[in-house]
Ligand binder design. Structure first.
Ligand SMILES: [Ca+2]
Ligand SMILES: [Ca+2]
Ligand SMILES: [Ca+2]
Ligand SMILES: [Ca+2]
Length: 601
């Protein structure tokens, strides 16, 4: 039976409005790279012969009251709101009655958005709620109703303070539930609590433990669209199995704190940035899915999966889980995941703590890359300033040596050098590999800092020194050899303040390297473009106290600019202009590096 449902009077606030342009630019449904096979029972339902149509061809006819009435009636529900995308502001939660259906399908046709306005949950089904009619004596395990939402967008649902709690956009207990081609943006639930979760969806008590299918759907998907709750920014459940296919979760957050059971003196929560699954025997299958840039205050920036009796299974296939930081805890070897399970199966998938960052070197340019020096005296030379990337590692020198890079043999490739401050010895190597020094000499006084650069533009780097006690730079355009002393500097000049750390680069692209200084306590960076005494040609604040600074031509435009390695977060921040402001790229490098250098190759 096909019936039109309309509100008798379209109240302005309750009527649909044409979606603003920004809503049309919102992330699409699903993971475009997902190719997991979708079982027939997980696919969208044919809604070409609906039982109920909401609206009469215009946005104004699509009201909250019409949606509430249609859902209460059940059956196959579609919309006729005109061709343009519409947002229906719900003034009441739409609730399923358990004696309808048993199949209930809500199909938004790809143009309908249901909004909770930040005020209320959008959709509710609960076989154990007497107000929605009890249809069996065992409400927690019954095969109906079977609810499907498809081609719909849910925004700004809010279940804060609700009982039962969680499920900002959708709460389901009992029967079966399925989500296809749908999107969830900016939904919320309680911000603290040990077990409350599912800013987008919370599900309990599915029939015979059969899975909830989530297919080709998006949760968050871009900065400013994420879903946020104490636990489970996307999905949350107890004792429920899920099969998540070809979907995208990003920018969702679990913001509670104190975990579950909560540590004393805390409100609890903060686990499962994207997905929070608790219970005994259940299975979470994630396939063809991307989970990226979600965050948990406690455990599992991407997935928190706890099978209390260790009978559950976590299966991840053909998926990418990348950069889902867990501030509290995660399972070793599974970045972004905390898991207690019988079986953990990861097949053809990427689990990575680092963020994907496009190569900062534009196509066709020749750019510097990065080398990091670790506390063990090992160099890590990146093949590109990008993530993912590969790196070469090799030992050279002793732990504690001051490292730098330069082109000692004028072949266009930078290789490492070391300065042993205790005895003023310089050790240079002409290849990026383990081995002894190719060139060795002494220069300067104990306590001096080494400076590598091409001070005369002849294409060869040499080693000069900065003497902090005098704030004086001694420049020399030749290398020593054979354990000899280097003799007199070519010239010297005063620049900088004692305590500042020197760095070198060609900041104006004239082919001559000059000297800058970095004040670690404040992040002040200043440099001159000539090797003479005088005021700085540029001065700006970059980075935090404690950052390690380097200069390099990251974008291949001929000018060296700053980058910093931040030990506290293990992150490298690259900037393509010598000025204050946000980094052009932030790359997770890892912990435990003492120095960073720009490396020409
Ligand atoms: Ca070289
Ligand atoms: Ca030179
Ligand atoms: Ca220069
Ligand atoms: Ca540059």
């Amino acid at each position: 039976m096909r019936r039109l449902i309309r509100a008798a009077v379209a109240v302005a606030a309750a009527a649909a409005t044409l979606a603003p342009v920004v809503a049309r630019a919102a992330p699409p449904a699903g993971n475009p790279d997902g190719n997991a096979p979708v079982p027939v029972e997980a696919r969208a339902v044919d809604t070409s012969n609906p039982d109920v149509v909401i609206g009469a061809g215009t946005a104004q006819s699509c009201t909250s009251a019409a949606v509430v009435a249609a859902v209460a009636q059940g059956g196959i529900i579609t919309f006729d709101c005109g061709t343009a995308p519409v947002v229906i502001e719900m003034t009441q939660t739409a609730k399923v009655f358990n004696d309808t259906g048993p199949n209930i399908v809500i199909d938004g046709g790809g143009t309908v958005t249901l909004s909770g306005g930040g005020e209320r949950r959008i959709l509710y089904m609960n076989t154990c709620d007497p107000d929605q009619v009890w249809t069996t004596s065992h409400c927690q395990n019954q095969d109906h109703p079977q609810l499907t939402v498809q081609n719909l967008t849910f925004v700004e649902g809010n279940a804060t303070g609700e009982d039962p709690d969680g499920g900002g956009a959708i709460f389901v207990r009992g029967g079966r539930f399925k989500v296809v081609n749908s999107r969830f943006f900016n939904n919320t639930c309680d911000d603290v609590g040990p077990d409350v979760g599912g800013a987008a969806i919370r599900v309990l008590s599915q029939h015979n433990g059969e899975p909830v299918y989530v297919v080709n759907s998006t949760f968050g998907g871009a900065d400013g669209y994420g879903n946020v709750c104490s636990n489970g920014g996307g999905l949350s459940s107890i004792g429920v199995s899920w099969t998540v296919l070809n979907s995208l979760f990003s920018h969702n957050r679990a913001i509670g704190n104190g975990a579950n059971p909560q540590q004393s003196g805390t409100p609890g929560g903060g686990s499962g940035g994207a997905i929070y699954n608790d219970g005994n025997t259940f299975t979470l299958t994630v396939a063809g899915t991307r989970i990226e840039n979600n965050h948990a205050n406690e455990g599992g920036g991407a997935i928190f999966f706890v099978s209390n009796d260790r009978s559950g299974s976590l299966i991840i296939r053909d998926s990418v889980l990348r950069y889902n930081p867990s501030d509290g805890f995660e399972t070793r070897g599974y970045p972004g995941i905390f898991v207690l399970a019988n079986t953990i199966e990861v097949v053809n998938s990427i689990l990575d703590a680092s963020q994907e960052v496009d190569d900062v070197c534009p196509e066709g340019r020749s750019c510097d890359t990065v080398a990091l020096h670790d506390t063990a005296g090992r160099f890590h030379l990146w093949d590109s300033v990008a993530a993912p990337r590969s790196e070469e590692t090799f030992y050279f020198g002793n732990p504690g040596d001051v490292s730098f890079f330069g082109d000692w043999n004028c072949d266009g490739v930078d290789t490492p050098g070391l300065y042993r401050q205790s005895d003023g010895y310089v050790y240079l190597r002409n290849s990026n590999s383990q081995g002894v020094a190719d060139v060795k000499f002494f220069f300067g006084n104990p306590g001096d800092y080494p400076l590598a650069g091409d001070w005369d533009g002849d294409g060869c780097d040499t080693v000069s020194i900065y003497r902090p006690s005098q704030a004086r730079i001694f420049v020399i355009n030749r290398l020593g050899s054979s354990d000899g002393g280097l003799g007199q500097a070519d010239f010297g000049f005063v620049f900088g303040n004692p305590g500042d750390t020197p760095f070198t680069g060609d900041f104006d692209g004239d082919g001559i390297d000059t000297v800058g200084l970095h004040r670690g306590s404040t992040g002040l960076v200043y440099f001159r473009n000539s090797l003479t005494t005088g005021v700085a040609d540029a001065e700006f604040i970059y980075g935090d106290p404690g950052d390690r600074l380097a200069a390099g031509d990251w974008d291949g435009d001929g000018e060296d600019t700053v980058g910093v390695y931040r030990p506290s977060t293990g992150t490298l921040y690259i900037k393509n202009r010598n000025a204050q402001g946000t980094a052009d790229a932030a790359l997770v490098a890892g912990d435990g590096y003492t120095a960073v250098a720009g490396v020409g190759r």
